[in-house]
Design a protein around this ligand. Structure first.
Ligand code: PGA
Length: 247
């Protein structure tokens, strides 16, 4: 079983989101766990279409306070109310374009977990960080700052998505062997933060960055990789269906 998460970003309007959801509803997902993350404004409609299917709903962000005077923000509880089980937190586009810090991301994860959502926590190095030899350091730091002190019960899950920033949307994924060794670094960090039973049973690492139908099996076949986070290739039903099939 692989986890296949679709991140639709801000790329589809409500009509296109609905059409894609209706097409996805007809797919056979088999054993795979498929999660789609439409934009906030499409969550209700897409959730309505996918209700009763094996495809789960996720949001692309949530706020770190539970409620109050925070104009424009959306709480984890509201995301739950609209039918989501998952929420992406700390995507590199939010870290870099919206200047989200590790501290903001940590608070969002805390709130998501307390609202009963499964956070999909994104970590990843930029090209410069990689060229400077700082990749592992950055990943250890992002993972630690995101998750240190977060408590989950035995029924809760956390997903970590390793997404090299420079690979996102480039059309060229990294080699699976590199994803595997990077996931080992992240996993080692997790063992420093959580009891081994939690790391082994409740935390899952997925790879993201230019995943497509041709390269997906290289990632899902890895020992320490539970699935993939897909951006561009999740917007076309045939391309996404092939990813689910090959995952
Ligand atoms: P991509 O995006 O698959 O288009 O590279 C992945 C992501 O940003 O989550």
């Amino acid at each position: 079983m692989a986890l296949v998460i679709a991140n639709w970003k801000m790329k589809l309007g409500i009509d296109d989101s609905l059409a894609l959801a209706k097409a996805l509803k007809r797919l056979r997902v088999g054993d795979q766990k498929v999660v789609v993350c439409p934009s906030f404004v499409s969550l209700t409609d897409v959730g309505g279409v996918l209700k009763g299917t094996k495809i789960a709903l996720g949001a692309q962000d949530c706020f770190w306070e539970s409620e109050g005077a925070f104009t424009g923000e959306i709480s984890a509880k509201q995301i739950r109310q609209v039918g989501c089980q998952y929420v992406i937190i700390g995507h590199s586009e939010r870290r870099h374009v919206l200047k989200e810090t590790d501290e903001m991301i940590h608070k969002k994860i805390r709130m998501a977990v307390s609202a009963g959502l499964t956070p999909i926590v994104c970590v990843g190095e930029t090209f410069d960080e990689r060229q400077n030899g700082a990749k592992d350091y950055i990943l250890i730091q992002q993972t630690t700052r995101a998750l240190q002190g977060i408590e989950i019960d035995s029924a809760q899950q956390i997903i970590i998505a390793y997404e090299p920033v420079w690979v996102i949307g480039s059309g060229q994924a990294i080699e699976p062997a590199e994803a595997e060794s990077t996931h080992q670094v992240i996993r080692q960090t997790l063992f420093d933060l959580f009891p081994a039973t939690v790391v082994n049973s409740n935390i899952h690492i997925v790879y993201g960055g230019s995943v497509d139908a041709d390269n997906v099996a290289g990632f899902t076949g890895l020992a320490h990789t539970s699935g993939v986070l897909v951006g561009g290739a999740s917007l076309n039903v045939d391309a996404f269906a092939a990813i689910i099939k090959n995952a």
